[in-house]
Design a binder for this molecule. Structure first.
Ligand SMILES: Nc1ncnc2c1ncn2[C@@H]1O[C@H](COP(=O)(O)OP(=O)(O)O)[C@@H](O)[C@H]1O
Ligand SMILES: [Mg+2]
Length: 485
């Protein structure tokens, strides 16, 4: 056995697959835990990070902030006990938030999700940010790659080692930032030594909320007719919130946008407060132009209330909008631009037609159609996920001679998704498919006999099945044979 090079809490760990790379290091799975990931710093970065991460671990931020924030949990060291990185909650199957707020990728990556999902997910993101503030940290560098979203709208924050934290004597700064999320009072400044505040985060937070609820448009990205090429950073610096209804601004929102009047009054006011200047008045401190912006906690309340006001459009029931709006903004935008952000697109219409003919064929006992319909129910593709229905259709298909159905039933029993794991049934169905020469079924049987899944381990049987699969070109079977036998 190779000696372990890294230790977590003093215990040796073995790195698994690489989950991602960043400017400062790489993130890996570890074989000892399926719920943890470790970040290992590049050798020249580790030493300068050690005291901040040790402090974060000691503060038990991971526990205090809860499951929506992947804070460092424990220290990773090398054989000599030197700091190399840290462990954190592993995040799998989530997508960066820009995949959701960009309407094009939303359609692809989050199919069938309407505006209610956007508001709900936005609220979850804001909750995650509120929990960081509650734990006493400032994020500093809120941006679209540090926020990950699950298909059902859960949010997790990563890149937490760059958050700003204070140990009572000194602040460990967040030294980076992205222009589009940087507050007006920080635009153009070097961020390496700037002390960031919760109020700065609240500017970025409002930008993020605007992106999510406003179809990926930046709140300051209007056009200034007097200066059409004005950079976004300068628009922000000059407090040119293009959508403002209360302040004179010199830039106008792009055509066919969701407008501030389309939001409930409370949300409108919150955006105005987040993107506006502090009113100059008797108590205004000279030079201090940053207003007190709505906090993450306040946004959670506003979004919760907004969620309750959403109603479906009478013309197009897939359009959801706030009841405070006089008419459906999505219909208005469609009339203005031809873009229907939530309507059924032609591709979906074809899928719907395909589904209808598939159901028809399945009901007339066509085994391929029965199997295909079963899989659709299994995966929730074009229909609501329903393991029971999936199981019934696959059984029908199997009865009518579909080998693919035998194999898929084996997989369902092996994984136990929705119907309970049963290795004996899995083996039975794989054996049936294997009799017809299905290479995947032979491979799975090889794996089951190798692992001893529900049966005594039998390496002879394992080898026999793997060879059958390999003979038909099964790549993994070949690999397993060459490495194990
Ligand atoms: N907890 C995690 N679980 C899974 N993947 C992660 C996790 N944290 C980070 N990653 C992946 O690693 C990449 C780099 O991590 P990040 O902390 O952003 O690096 P850096 O700060 O060095 O740029 C991320 O973009 C993501 O793909
Ligand atoms: Mg980082």
């Amino acid at each position: 056995m190779k000696p372990a090079h890294f230790y977590l809490n003093g215990h040796p760990i073995t790195l698994g697959a690489k989950l991602g790379s960043g400017g400062e290091g790489d993130v890996y799975e570890i074989q000892e835990s399926s719920s943890l990931a470790v970040k290992l710093y590049k050798p020249d970065k580790a030493a300068s990070r050690a005291s901040k991460i040790r402090f974060m671990v000691q503060q038990k931020l991971a526990e205090r902030a809860g499951k929506m924030v992947a804070f460092p949990q424990a220290i990773v060291t090398d054989q000599k006990g030197c700091f190399c990185g840290f462990s954190m909650k592993k995040v799998v199957g989530y997508l960066p938030v820009h995949e959701l707020y960009s309407p094009k990728s939303r359609r692809l990556k989050f199919p069938n999700k309407d505006y209610r999902f956007l508001v709900h997910t936005t609220q979850n993101i804001v909750r995650a940010i509120a929990s960081v503030h509650k734990a006493g940290c400032v994020i500093g560098d809120i941006n679209h790659s540090g926020i990950l979203i699950s298909r059902d709208g859960l949010a997790i924050l990563i890149d937490t080692d760059s958050f700003q934290i204070h140990d009572g004597r000194k602040a460990y700064h967040c030294q980076v930032g992205v222009e589009e999320y940087t507050a007006p009072e920080l635009q153009g400044q070097s961020l390496t030594k700037t002390l960031r505040t919760e109020n700065h985060d609240c500017f970025a937070l409002a930008v993020l909320i605007f992106y999510l609820l406003g179809m990926g448009r930046h709140p300051f990205a209007g056009t200034d007719p007097r200066d059409p090429n004005k950079e976004l950073g300068h628009q922000i610096r000059d407090y040119q919130f293009s959508y403002s209804l209360t302040r004179p601004v010199s830039n106008v929102p792009p055509r066919a946008s969701l407008l501030l009047k389309d939001f409930p009054p409370e949300i409108r006011k919150a955006f105005e407060a987040a993107f506006g200047e502090r009113k100059s008045g008797f108590f205004g401190i000279k030079g201090a132009t940053a207003p007190q912006r709505p906090s993450a906690f306040e946004w959670v309340q506003f979004l919760g209330k907004m969620q309750k006001t959403l109603k479906s459009c009478q013309v197009n029931p897939q359009h959801y909008y706030s009841a405070s709006s006089k008419s459906c903004p999505w219909c208005r935008i469609r009339q203005q631009s031809g873009i229907d952000y939530f309507g059924m697109n032609p591709q979906k219409q074809t899928q719907k037609n395909n589904l209808l003919s598939l159901k028809k064929a399945a009901h007339s006992q066509n085994p391929q159609a029965e199997c295909a319909l079963g899989l659709r129910y299994f995966e929730g593709r074009g229909v609501s996920k329903d393991p029971q229905k999936a199981f019934q259709w696959l059984q029908e298909a199997e009865k009518h001679g579909s080998i693919a159905a035998s194999f898929n039933l084996g997989v369902i029993f092996y994984q136990g998704n929705g119907i309970g794991q049963n290795f004996e049934m899995a083996r039975k169905y794989f054996e049936k498919a294997a009799l017809s020469g299905d290479p995947d079924a032979n491979y799975n049987l090889g794996v089951m006999y190798f692992n001893g899944d529900g049966i005594p381990q039998n390496l002879k049987h394992s080898e026999k099945y793997l060879k059958k699969a390999a003979m038909k070109g099964h790549v993994e079977a070949k690999q397993m044979l060459s490495s194990l036998f």
